[in-house]
Design a binder for this molecule. Structure first.
Ligand SMILES: [Zn+2]
Length: 294
């Protein structure tokens, strides 16, 4: 009982902290070199005849503006985490973490809608619970929602009980507002491990999504800096990290969206990008690389 009370009081603190904590800068991000996490060694063969359950791809909704995608190629079955994808074509996924935010997320949704672009939102559970209407709008407009923990903790530093609550309470908040179960998750600060990646994938049915483009938008609150870093570093198959809790990040987006679109990039959701992932050696060398930076 005492434990339950402690848990409840902590939940109360976290809930009350949604406005304040989420508007603070992202603390030190653990640097994960591109594709480092996806090169983890195989964690042992699965038991013959009982492969891990496939995640429910419930968050991808068809939409009139969805980009027409080529047929998917099979990704390695034991790949639990991704920094980027190997794709035949200029497909990219932009992701927004730490929201929803009462003001900035709707502003961003307007920008995406205007251009018919798709994004993925890694929501913090306590904020998802606070803004169910924004959650509904995100899904209604064809974007994907993923799990970013309940209270933005480093998941590799909490106990098993706390880890389970962080994951399950967030999935419950997402289900409550949208009726969907997320197919992917992003660990706060990129703090994870090979063991956790396997657990998130096999126990919760969520692939672990890191990133290959990081504009450090939590640190440098300048729209021009954020947009130029994203534009300069984006590549086919990129997963772009950004935060929709910062006004400067959202202000950077029109330039990012319009420049990358003009260069031929196609914005897809993370699950759509994962469906296009294939072994690197099969990706055509003549991938249509968009025009280099001016
Ligand atoms: Zn975060």
């Amino acid at each position: 009982m005492k434990r339950l009370l402690i848990g409840l009081s902590l939940a109360g603190v976290f809930l009350a902290a949604c406005h304040t904590a989420r508007t603070q800068s992202e603390p030190q991000v653990i640097v994960v070199p591109p594709d480092e996490m996806s090169r983890q060694p195989a964690l042992g063969p699965s038991t013959a005849g009982s492969p891990p359950a496939a995640p429910t791809p419930a968050t991808v909704k068809p939409s009139a503006t969805t980009v027409s995608l080529p047929p998917p190629a099979a990704a390695p079955a034991n790949k639990h985490s991704y920094n980027s994808c190997n794709v035949d074509g200029p497909y990219i996924a932009i992701t927004f973490d730490d929201g929803p935010h009462a003001v900035h997320t709707p502003t961003l949704l307007d920008m995406l809608k205007q251009r018919g672009l798709k994004a993925t939102f890694y929501v913090v559970g306590q904020c998802a619970a606070e803004y169910p209407d924004i959650m509904k709008r995100i899904v209604a407009e064809g974007h994907e929602i993923g799990n970013h923990s309940w209270s933005h903790v480093a998941l590799n530093s909490v106990g098993a009980d706390s880890l389970r609550k962080q994951m399950e309470n967030t999935n419950a908040a997402i289900k409550e507002s949208t009726g969907l179960r997320p197919a992917t998750m992003r660990p706060p600060y990129g703090a994870t491990s090979a063991r956790l990646n396997k657990l998130f994938d096999e126990e919760y049915g969520m692939k672990v999504i890191l990133w290959s483009v990081d504009p450090l938008d939590w640190k440098n609150r300048n729209a021009a800096t954020v947009s130029s870093r994203i534009i300069q570093n984006t590549h086919p198959g990129a997963i772009i990290l950004a935060h929709d809790i910062h006004a400067t990040t959202v202000a950077a987006m029109p330039e990012v969206f319009d420049t990358l679109t003009a260069r031929g990039y196609k914005f897809v959701t993370v699950s759509e990008l994962l469906a296009l992932d294939r072994p690197a050696q099969l990706v055509k060398k003549e991938t249509p690389a968009p025009t280099p930076a001016n």
